[in-house]
Design a protein around this ligand. Sequence first.
Ligand code: NAP
Length: 488
Amino acid sequence: MSVQMDEQEVVRSVPKQLFIGGSWVDAAGGATFEVTDPSTGEVLCSVADASPEDGMTALSAAADAQAEFAATSPRSRSDMLMNAFRLLHERVDDLALLMTLEMGKPLAESRGEILYAAEFLRHFAEEAVRVDGGYQIAPTGGARFLVAKQPVGPCLLITPWNFPMARGTRKIGPAIAAGCTSVIKPAQQTPLSMLALAGILREAGVPDGVVNVLPTTGAGKVMEPLIRSGIARKLSFTGSTEVGRRLLEQCADKVLRTSMELGGNAAFIVFDDADLDAAVEGAVAAKMRNSGEACTAANRIYVHADVVDEFGSRLAKAMAAMPVGRGVDDGVRVGPMIDAAAQEKVQELVQDAVDHGAQVLTGGERPTTAGYFYPPTVLTDVPDDARMRHEEIFGPVAPISSFSTEDEVVRAANDTEYGLVDYVFTNDLRRALRVAEALEAGMIGLNQGVVSNPAAPFGGVKASGLGREGGSTGIDEFLETKYIGIAM
Ligand code: NAP
């Protein structure tokens, strides 16, 4: 059992160096950068700031460890992941506090994320020993086909700040299960959770060089040479579509395998026959998880004209009742935005919608206190030409519009370059299936506001990405298929 630490102890407990080849090392030249608490704007600590040279050292360590790691038994890799799963459970309270301090989300949500992150380790521990192949007689009968799965090779993993731990284990879990080594670059706002995870993976028995972690303020300068090196064989990225596009171009050079979990612009559709209590509860979950700083966040809420007023007033009441504050304080349900720029963008999008005719049902005013807070906000009559209809809000703002027909709302929902997730609330089974099939998204929440589950395939279509994480196919992203033709 761990003894729970206080804020200072928990920050002190995390190594602040780069993790390369199983050792904690300073960045070349001793460079560091500051990590701040978004609820106060105050500096929490300084962390080593990797240079391009450090990047190459980390990739060499991963490449050196690859062959030996690929030859370990699936059971031993599974055991490493299960050990790490147990350690995350044992230390959940300390890790949650650390995450809340660097990222801002309320403690209960951080705790939820650590347990969710641990589930990816357990899921892929179970997948590690289930990788199979095939044996087939050639259609002409003259040969046999053997089909084997092998690790892709050294991987580059880039993660965002909004889920600092779960976006890491969703990549590291299948990489280890498949027998791949990796270099991980966490977001510069939230390196501490990943550094803590690196220490836990080492304790769990992951061999030196298999996992290398590079916090840096020079994401592009450090990662591009690694992508173009010809040593890495795969890039798995979670982040914005804008950066994802640039990385895909870089990957084309050496034809790297890619998994891309990019931006979203989720539609949340409420039909007139829906259970309104469930729809409001679902909207709060889909909008307010992570204070709206989630790729799965409901970004466009479409409600049938017959129930839009009732839905809007119930949602406004539920969101107005959510206490805003420092994530470490009791009862807080909404933490700060990640930084001043994020807070500013949310305010701009709200002002733009209001300028285009939207009505504010609750919130809508940025507070003047310290920290990057924004209140839960509900807007109604949001027109199509408001920016927030087309851009990710990434904040606690729920924009409602009304619709009249099924065709109209499906067309509106699909009128976006994104296609990560949409939500549909209706009690008509035929309509539910019809609409779920017509929506252009990788995931549909049917009468539920949360779709994320380690055992389900997570990912998007269109500009929301390529590939799937989690589920029974998540490990395939880290495996190559090899066909061996046998003469008989
Ligand atoms: P971002 O700016 O794209 O950053 C994501 C990661 O990419 C960070 O680690 C960032 O490093 C790094 N990065 C930035 N520029 C880079 C470059 N030129 N080369 C290599 N790496 C680079 O995204 P964000 O604003 O932090 O995160 C929010 C976005 O992620 C949203 O669009 C959200 O929808 C998306 N997201 C998608 C999913 C999904 O599963 N589909 C899940 C979560 C979030 P720095 O921190 O140093 O900038």
